[in-house]
Design a protein around this ligand. Sequence first.
Ligand code: AP5
Ligand code: MG
Length: 191
Amino acid sequence: MRILFMGPPGAGKGTQAEIVAGHFGIPAISTGDIFRANVAQDTELGVEAKRFMDAGEYVPDEVTNLMVRNRIDEQDAEKGFLLDGYPRTLAQVDELDGMIRHTGHRLDGVVVLTVDPVELVARLTARAESEGRADDTEDVIRRRQEVYTEQTEPLIEVYRQRGLLCEVDGLGEVEEVTQRILDALAGVEES
Ligand code: AP5
Ligand code: MG
């Protein structure tokens, strides 16, 4: 099973990715989480990524692509993976296509979580208080939303045309959303 989760900041990608990946017994790979872990450990990658993350901008494709390539080469991802927050640009789509083709597999499905902007801001503002993530400030939240609209929304059409898109309503209780995702993926055939 090779699936992707897309959706604007705060849509619930990370929350749902952990649960759904557990359900399928595959690793949930979050580019945002890997970057944050590197920032916390003050690695070279972390220092480079932090400048972009703190401003709500995307980390350059070359850096992100290499990081994902290394991660999905790890043994636990051999049987499949759930990517949370990658790809986010058209260049990343091409890169991922190459990575998957190289292993002789194919992408099975793309889940897009939809949530209206007012709820998104409410969720991230609430998280700012509980977790204090560096990029959950009002200005940076707004910029992350703009960057998503400009650079990532166009990917939805790409995957729709490939017949891979599962659009899922992300509003409601976490368990309800999980069930919708599993229902949407029930039609997806494993490669
Ligand atoms: P990333 O960490 O992926 O952040 P994001 O896309 O802004 O999304 P979030 O993690 O904020 O939201 P989410 O959709 O995961 O929702 P969550 O489950 O947390 O990326 C951070 C940065 O890293 C980027 O800005 C960029 O700089 C860089 N980056 C990452 N990937 C990159 C890439 N591919 N290319 C280049 N740069 C990249 O939920 C949000 C909140 O809502 C939580 O508090 C949660 O508890 C709550 N919640 C979840 N579900 C529900 C529900 N159903 N009802 C009510 N509350 C809910
Ligand atoms: Mg997340």
